[in-house]
Design a protein around this ligand. Structure first.
Ligand code: NAD
Length: 695
């Protein structure tokens, strides 16, 4: 049953029951339409209430129906809303919790709205590259005024019941667990006999109309990372303010259809589903037993340990921290405090919250203090011997059944696990820097990691609000292994004649959060240097440009040393060009015998991005990543890949086309300045391209 119907005290109560979010699928819309007709035909019924089960009015349209026949099947959401608005008896939306997207649009077609105190109302379509498409952009401004509607529609963020009441979106707040308030309200309005329609209202606004929309667009051009959907939202709200209702509605429909078909929305919807899919592990089904995690410890309170401890404290979980010396512990505490205080200064936290979170960080003085922990995360120096000795010591003192995690970036988790007698309890939890900010968590499944340990880690990730992606064991796991190829190409491009400013600008224009050379300076170049020195010995057949080594050997490590690829003024992170680097690059080109050529921006983007794609395909082939969409999640949440392009694998497959990608790779392979072997398209890409061609 998708919709319940009953008559109570002369009111027809129509309740949506379509778990998990009461999505407005075609079946639900049809049942709602029938229930409404039934109520209008019943002479006993004086008023109608729409509501939902389980603290959810409706989470909105069923996004699985997008671009499918079911989406347009009658009654469409717009038709259902029209039937509600023109109903011959008053219809009340009793908003009993979550009311999002199409759910809110449906409530806007009702004559009255009531909300429980915990209600959350939003039009989040912009987050998947759309605008509300069933009258939301036209009715919401008529309900709450242009300013609030603009904010809600361009950000997609929810408002609570009090805000909704203050702005006239709802008539009253009703008691959560009792339907009496709702039925009493229905009796009142049945007597009054009015059926106020939002379509008949005018849009109010406090300031100047022109200025409001100019300012909204200017702000989005600054902060919107090139996304088109938020701008389309502004257009639609402006239409509500300037045009008669029906013309505005037609305009909304036109933009909605354009947005549904746009690559941006396809990419954002892919990202939305990809994040949810990443939590699914084929041989670890839902319902796999998990271990209880209450007591958590972090070993090492440096850059990463600090951020990891903060992530737990931010989720309200206490963390014990073990360092080598009291001074190191104090340094870590100071770093965390400064970080939270900076957040408080921006008004995003109170001073009391800073204190509460600090109190969650507790010192451990020895391994013994960790004996009763359920989870220990190691974030000590990146050195196999140090890590193995830590794990051996843990094995000796910590209770059976505890999970031991390592935050290593490059070391073999199987080898670390082998230092214990319980490899089934060892896992990699690879956080990204700054760990309290970055959403990505690579969960590294080692050869012997237990399924319950893995399921526990995935569940824990949600608790600390991280997006977990499972990776097998390999050097660099998913993200950094791919990044190495991106870095290599960026350096080859520099050798061949592009300037670092050109490379940074081209990738920034493509949509990356920052250009590669700006990123290297920010991350610090010593780690990459150390990795390359190891590669020269371990994998001598792989060629690297030596230009980055020369920069590091001048003592230029990036922002932390005041200069790297760029130079920095004290206290200022703005990258400035440095003639010393230009001279170094010129000398380097002469030394390796390259006559610089003009490199196009297109070549820069393709070589860097397709390098990610080719390595990503190898990672899939080897089973290191479970699926292509997991790789996209890694790049979208951990590496600043443009969300409007859906991640490297989606971009290659769906926006460029694999046959073009493969052709470009063949083209790069004939360039003597690059590693031609690398540019042989990975077998996974060839197979996938064939499959697409056969369709
Ligand atoms: P860091 O040097 O800032 O911190 C390491 C801390 O561990 C130091 O404070 C040190 O005193 C402490 N320590 C060393 N041995 C210890 C021991 N036996 N017991 C207790 N404490 C000990 O290093 P970091 O950048 O935080 O890196 C830590 C780990 O995280 C490394 O494995 C690194 O590869 C990994 N990692 C780093 C990053 C990054 O961007 N920095 C990103 C992901 C993962």
């Amino acid at each position: 049953m998708a919709v319940w119907y009953e008559v109570r005290r002369g009111t027809a109560v129509i309740q949506i029951d379509n778990p998990p979010v009461n999505g407005l699928s075609h079946a639900v819309r049809a049942a709602l339409g029938e229930s409404l007709e039934r109520a209008l035909d019943d002479p006993q019924v004086k008023a109608v209430v729409l509501t939902g089960t389980a603290k959810t009015f409706s989470g909105g349209a069923d996004i699985r129906e997008f671009n499918s026949a079911a989406m347009a099947a009658s009654p469409s959401l717009a038709q259902l809303i029209e039937a509600t608005e023109t109903a011959t008896k008053p219809v009340v939306a009793a908003i009993n919790g979550v009311c999002m997207g199409g759910g809110l649009e449906l409530s806007l077609g009702c004559h009255y709205r009531l909300a429980t105190r915990d209600a959350q109302m939003a039009l989040p379509e912009v987050k998947i590259g759309l605008i509300p498409g069933a009258g939301g952009t036209q009715r919401l401004p008529r309900a709450v005024g242009a300013e609030l509607a603009l904010r809600m529609i361009t950000t997609g963020d929810p408002i609570d019941a009090d805000t909704a009441l203050r702005h006239g979106l709802v008539e009253r707040i009703v008691v959560n667990d009792s339907f009496d308030d709702v039925l009493a309200f229905c009796e009142e309005i049945a007597v009054r006999g009015q059926r106020p329609k939002l379509r008949e209202r005018v849009v109010t606004l406090t300031g100047d109309m022109g200025a409001l929309f100019v300012a909204a667009r200017a702000e989005l051009h600054k902060t919107g990372r090139g996304l088109q959907a938020p701008l389309a939202c502004v257009d639609a709200v402006e239409a509500a303010a300037r045009l008669p209702f029906d013309e505005g509605l037609a305009y909304e429909r036109k933009i909605f259809i354009e947005r549904v078909q746009a690559d941006e929305s396809k990419a954002l919807r892919h990202a939305f589903f990809a994040e949810r899919t990443a939590a699914k592990i084929p041989d670890v089904p839902d319902g796999t037993p998990t271990r209880r995690i209450d007591r958590v410890a972090v070993i090492g309170f440096g850059t990463m340990g600090g951020g990891i401890a903060m992530s737990f404290a931010n989720a309200g979980m206490p963390v014990r921290v073990l360092e080598t010396k009291p001074e190191a512990f104090e340094r870590g505490m100071t770093a965390c405090r400064m970080n939270w205080e900076a957040t408080a200064k921006k008004g995003r936290m109170t001073a009391a919250e800073v204190q509460q979170r600090m109190a969650l960080l507790q010192p451990a003085t020895s391994m013994q203090d960790l004996a009763d922990c359920d989870l220990v995360i190691e974030a000590v120096f990146e050195d196999m011997a140090v890590k193995q000795s830590v794990f051996k010591a843990l094995d000796a003192v910590v209770k059976p059944g505890a999970i031991f995690a390592t935050n290593t970036s490059t070391l073999d988790v199987n080898q670390i696990a082998a230092a214990t007698r319980r490899p089934q309890d060892v896992i990699g939890l690879h956080f990204f820097s700054p760990a309290n900010v970055m959403r990505l968590l690579e969960v590294v499944r080692a050869e012997k990691t237990g399924k319950d340990a893995l399921a526990t880690a995935m569940k824990l990730a949600r608790r600390i609000r991280k997006v977990a992606v499972v990776s097998g064991v390999c050097d660099g796991f998913i993200g950094n292994r791919m990044l190495e190829q991106y870095v290599r190409q960026s350096l080859f491009l520099l050798d061949e004649g592009a300037s670092l400013q050109q490379i940074d600008a081209a990738l920034l224009k493509f949509g990356m959060a920052m250009g590669p050379f700006t990123m290297y300076d920010m991350a610090g170049m010593d780690i990459g240097y150390a990795i390359r020195q190891r590669r020269y010995v371990e994998k001598p057949h792989i060629t690297y440009s030596k230009i980055a080594d020369k920069v590091v050997e001048l003592g230029r490590l990036g922002q932390k040393s005041g200069k790297g690829w760029y130079r920095y003024e004290p206290g200022d992170r703005t990258p400035r060009p440095d003639p010393e680097i230009d001279a170094l690059i010129q000398a380097h080109r002469a030394e390796v015998g390259i006559t610089p050529r003009t490199v196009s921006d297109q070549e820069i983007v393709q070589r860097c991005v397709f390098a990610l794609v080719n390595e990503g395909a190898k990672i899939l082939e080897e089973g290191i990543a479970l699926r292509a969409s997991d790789i996209d999640v890694v790049y979208l949440t951990g590496y600043g890949f443009p969300v409007a392009k859906g991640g490297p694998m989606f971009y290659a497959e769906k926006l460029v086309g694999l046959s073009q990608v493969i052709e470009a790779m063949h083209g790069f392979a004939v360039n003597p300045a690059v590693d031609s072997r690398f540019w042989q398209p990975a077998p996974w890409l060839l197979r996938q391209a064939e499959k697409t061609a056969a369709k």
